[in-house]
Design a binder for this molecule. Structure first.
Ligand code: ASP
Length: 405
């Protein structure tokens, strides 16, 4: 019976049941949270071999250095462009709505337990070069793994075919196996989502009371701006730049989008995103495997937008005027900070300290928005994944691929 209901509906129903369960039986969630742990662990188990094999197979599939250069340029340009659009949308909304003006600074009594030290951008950039790839893999350091995988794939195409052929075959095979493990794990998404969301609701229900007052208006500003980006900007780009059908693509993406929303992790969702973009939207394996792992690590439209709104909300709450120059600094640092944020829950909040420091706002300001961050994380992560997937389609189309959307 359950098999007859489409997977995205199963996940949606699981989401609703989880909300009810978390509210009605907050003390019983411990009985189900293990299912969420099992699901997340299974996804994380897939990620490192999947990313490595997928990038090597993607880069070797792209072929010449010329093609690789063109693909990289397109991918990075798309990611920068959409993140900028997102930030500007956030900037306009927060300046229009001004959710922080008159906010009660007493809210900052929320205890800050975050480790708010983030690397400077320069350090982050240097760390992309792994000193030890095994160590990077063990630590799950995705930018470093991607960096090495691109190099490895690129130089594989430079050696004699006698050596490159078995390497290419091997990584293509690993990629296939990892994708079939992914398809198996996907079946358990409704159970994982149910457990994760039930636990989250039980834990966050106290914070939900905060949605009244200026924090509520702040949340609506973030969600409204994210909605404009997700439902207007990205579909318009998809339609006119990619000549694709946004509704059809969105339908195919429902499983990864609901998973991103529930897990708040674009990295953990990556296997599902790749599966949907390749098999539902019909983007080639070569494009999917190059564009998506890169996107899950560096392209975070939702995070960039959210950081911009959050920083200006804090400034407004403290009554500190942000002039045009400072707003430009916020735009640039939000872009960099979103690139540097990892695709894991609440990473965007931690790395936001870079922006606060850059414009001289008090770091304690984070305390103002901490209570509702976990909830907003769900929305921004879904937008992050949506933007990556639109990028894959647009780039595939620009390479002359025939897709399903
Ligand atoms: N949770 C987000 C993601 O994984 C990152 C963030 O905290 O904004 O995409």
């Amino acid at each position: 019976m359950l098999n007859k209901i489409q997977l995205h509906w199963q996940i949606f129903i699981a989401l609703l049941l989880a909300i009810a369960f978390g509210i009605l039986f907050p003390n019983q969630v411990d009985y189900v949270t293990w299912m969420g742990d099992v699901f997340l662990r299974a996804l994380r188990m897939i990620i490192i071999p999947l990313i490595f094999a997928s990038i090597v197979s993607g880069v070797t599939g792209i072929g010449s250095s010329e093609n690789l250069g063109r693909m990289s340029l397109k991918t990075i340009s798309y990611y920068l462009l959409t993140s900028l659009f997102a930030i500007v949308t956030g900037l306009v909304m927060v300046n229009l709505i001004k959710p922080g003006v008159g906010a009660d600074l007493g809210l900052s009594m929320v205890v800050m337990e975050l480790d708010v030290t983030a690397d400077s951008f320069g350090q982050t950039l240097i760390k992309i070069i792994p000193t030890n790839i095994i160590d990077a893999m063990a630590k799950g350091d995705l930018p470093a793994i991607i960096f090495f995988a691109i190099f490895f794939g690129f130089f594989t195409t430079k050696v004699n075919a006698r050596y490159s052929a078995p390497i290419i075959d091997f990584f293509n095979a690993v990629f296939e196996v990892m994708m079939s493990i992914t398809m198996f794990v996907i079946k358990f998404t409704p159970l994982g989502v149910f457990a994760i969301v039930a636990g989250l609701i039980a834990e966050q229900s106290g914070n939900l009371l905060m949605v009244f007052g200026s924090l509520g208006i702040y949340m609506l500003t973030v969600i409204g701006a994210l909605a404009i980006h997700a439902f207007i900007t990205l579909p318009v780009l998809l339609k006119f730049l990619g000549r694709a059908n946004p509704v059809k693509h969105a339908r195919g993406m429902s499983v990864p989008l609901l998973t991103a929303f529930s897990t708040s992790s674009s990295s953990a969702t990556l296997p599902l995103t790749m599966e949907a973009v390749e098999f539902k939207s019909g983007v080639s394996n070569k494009t999917t495997s190059f564009v998506l792992p890169l996107g899950a690590t560096i392209n975070m439209d939702g995070t960039a937008l959210y950081q911009c709104v959050a920083v200006l909300f804090i400034a407004q709450a403290y009554g500190i005027e942000m002039g045009i120059l400072q707003q430009i600094i916020i735009v640039i640092t939000a872009l960099l900070a979103s690139i540097g944020a990892a695709g894991i829950p609440m990473a965007g909040l931690v790395i936001m300290t870079i922006i606060l420091t850059a414009v001289g706002l008090p770091l304690e300001g984070i305390g103002l928005i901490l209570a509702v961050d976990r909830i907003l994380d769900m929305f921004r992560t879904a937008v992050n994944v949506w933007s990556d997937s639109c990028g894959a389609v647009i780039i595939a189309k620009s390479e002359g691929e025939v897709t399903n959307v």
